[in-house]
Write a protein that binds this ligand. Sequence first.
Ligand SMILES: [Zn+2]
Length: 416
Amino acid sequence: MFDKSLDNKIEMSVVSRFLRYVQIDTTSDDEGTPNPTSPNQWDLANLLKAELNELGLTNVEIDEYCYVYATLPASPKIKTDAISFLAHLDTSPAVSGKEVKPLLRKDYQGEDLAYPSNDDLYLKPAECPNLLDYIGSNIITSSGDTLLGADDKAGIAEIMTALAILQEIPAITHPEIRICFTPDEEVGAGTAHIDLHKLGKIAYTIDGGELGELEDECFDAHSVKVTIKGRNVHPGKAKNIMINAGKIASEFVSLFPEHESPERTEGREGFYHIRNIQGNESEARVDIILRDFDKAINIQRIDFIHTLSEVLAMKYPGVEIKIEHSNSYRNMKAILDGHPEVIGRAESVFQQLDISPKRRPIRGGTDGATLSFLGVPTPNIFTGGFLYHSLREWIPVSSMVTAVKVIVGLANIWAD
Ligand SMILES: [Zn+2]
């Protein structure tokens, strides 16, 4: 499907798009109200709308919440169901995305990389051994004072380039393709206003990391808010009267198992994460998030929190402990296991392109989890980048080219 001259064409297209998109600041705002949380996301949405029109897609629109939708009509005689590709417009508020100055570093030779806008920053193979897999490649970094924004502008550039290739080469047949670029993914609101009617029957998010990532599993995620009400009086007259809510809160969190914390876990291990403790004698609050791949284990963790509160209520008569719990997102594997062809076909495309799949569970969430539970099975595919949400974020150009081919290959495989 792909000859060498096409490789060069893909590279030029995906790189120029990527460099253009990352220079638009689309940092989302975790304090802002969605739709979208930061006004600059409209700038990228508007640019993409113009480019999608230029590419000849139909139904190109930006809706009132800043979602970009577009349709690539099916090849003649192809009657299979529409599929979707998604990527997100925003970048993480964890690191500045203002005035990103991307650097294309040609023919990387394994050296430590310095940054023109940050004398103290280096990207070193000693700290990021993956660099050594890309010796001889062109890689892109920021100039050192911002993130790069490959998460997820690489995903957008790869989808846009794949659309250009499909338009240019009609011999690569495909079903109808419905594109969606979402705002506010990084602040957990990427699917808040998504219109499922505008998506295909199945979808892929292009929002993973290094080459080969193919993800059908994410955390099962809960949040728990504990409110402790005590009783305050003058400390000089407090004997047998004061109930110190702040002190009880600190005792409460000290009883969580240390080996089940984010800083002690990896791979498939789950955890309790204390996100916030605040309070005084009268009232204290503890915010906890729970993460695991196995929902049943999270339910046990919720039971444990209830048991702790009962024990403390017995130890400190008069204290009031209220526990509120909500499910943030679920492990999409439960849904994707029921649609094995969605991952299976992606694996076939990887095989055609000689990519060894990296099937790691996502230690976090993805828009695809929400979409999967809403009825659109949506695994996640690599963009090619590394060290997302940091100043050292980087992406090899060769992986972006391969991601474009994966998208084109997926479009083609769903024509049958
Ligand atoms: Zn992302």
